[in-house]
Design a protein around this ligand. Structure first.
Ligand code: TXA
Ligand code: MG
Length: 345
């Protein structure tokens, strides 16, 4: 398959390219597109064949459901059975934006899209190009992150090309992505909403709007024996090719341990906050951003992991970062990338 690559800026959206992309989706094809979180791999969410194509292009197990992206709030009721009162409050506060909600699905949503489940994940993004594209595509775009299964989610179009060139009909290059980790997922089908994947919208932000919010216990406790409620959280996601360890503890102990473990080891790279870069003399270090700025770390994380792959890095030793705000999402992805190899010092 020949993949057409077009550049579209959010400030001045090229509607000719967007109309063409929308037509591809309506004809059952696939288009990768930018959102405010990560790039998505889109197909028609109401067409079972399109969803099957998405799983094939990504190399993803077809029991791992897709998120349907909408561009108008009135479209929500066309695909979900009911919108609970609490969900309405969350919608008022956070949509459009980097938040996905799980609802009971209507019959028009094929099981291919929902991985066989009776529920459907819905997201209303705020990215201008994404919104125009979803509208041109008919309003219901199923999209997982636009990476091959098991690789870090793409935050630049060049990474989408690396993974999906020849596997999709079109890639819309929207430049850099502002957030850099995937949307928060909240299950609204239970009385007390439950976070299934942490993201930019935090538990505290949600609780201000709807009162108590639970967090899937498998996110908090990596030794938890229960199965994660979001099927995708079961897989070793976001994985770089290198063997990766996260070193956790007080700053000074972490630095000392990484110095001890990584000295004179070939192909070893340290992931460090900007403030500690100078501590790792003689070692290869990647700056993930300031320890005071979790959003900066979020937007750099996947890029840095992909760079490690591109450079043939064998061992990654990563500092652990703040758990506050979007930091919770960063640490969730970091620990998954490391396949849960954590060293407490
Ligand atoms: O930010 C994002 O959410 C990006 C952009 C493209 O919108 N998309 C994304 O999709 O991260 P994906 O497929 O990589 O992750 C979706 C996650 C998976 O873990 C999947 O198992 C879960 O959402 N999910 C989807 N539908 C679900 C459902 N009905 N019940 C529980 N989990 C669901
Ligand atoms: Mg993904």
């Amino acid at each position: 398959m020949n993949t057409k690559i077009v550049s579209v800026s959010s400030e001045n959206v090229d509607m000719k390219a967007i109309e063409e992309a929308g037509q591809i989706i309506k004809n059952g094809g696939l288009v990768a597109f930018p959102t405010e979180t990560v790039y998505g791999l889109g197909g028609d969410g109401l067409n079972p064949e399109s969803s099957n194509k998405i799983y094939a292009a990504k190399g993803r197990p077809s029991d791992n459901p897709l998120i349907i992206h909408i561009c108008r709030i009135e479209d929500l009721e066309k695909i979900v059975k009911c919108v609970p009162e609490k969900a309405k409050k969350v919608i008022d506060a956070f949509w459009p934006g980097p938040l996905t909600m799980i609802f009971e699905k209507r019959d028009c949503v094929p099981r291919e899209t929902t991985g066989g489940l009776d529920t459907v994940a819905v997201r209303f993004p705020i990215h201008e190009t994404a919104l125009k594209f979803i509208e041109a595509a008919g309003g219901f775009v199923a999209a997982p992150s636009a990476n091959l299964s098991g690789r870090p989610s793409p935050t630049l179009a060049k990474y989408v090309c690396e993974d999906l060139n020849g596997r999709v009909d079109m890639i819309i290059d929207g430049g850099n992505i502002p957030i850099g980790v995937e949307s928060t997922i909240v299950d609204m089908t239970s009385e007390i909403p439950m976070i299934l994947r942490p993201g930019y919208v935090t538990k505290e932000m949600l609780e201000e709007v709807v009162g108590e919010v639970k967090v899937d216990p498998t996110i908090l406790d990596i030794n938890c024996k229960e199965r994660p409620k979001a099927p995708g959280m079961r897989y070793r996601h976001y994985a770089p090719k290198a063997d990766m360890t996260v070193v956790r503890g007080e700053d000074e102990s972490v630095i000392a341990k990484i110095l001890e473990m990584g000295q004179n080891i070939e192909g070893c790279v340290v992931l460090s906050v900007s403030e500690h870069i100078d501590k790792y003399k003689g070692m290869t270090v990647k700056d993930v951003g300031s320890k005071e700025d979790s959003l900066q770390i979020a937007s750099n994380l996947y890029k840095v992991l992909r760079e490690c792959d591109d450079e043939g890095v064998k061992i990654i030793l990563s500092e652990s970062f703040s758990n506050q705000g979007i930091g919770a999402a960063v640490m969730n992805r970091l620990i998954k990338a490391a396949g849960h190899q954590i060293l407490d010092v």
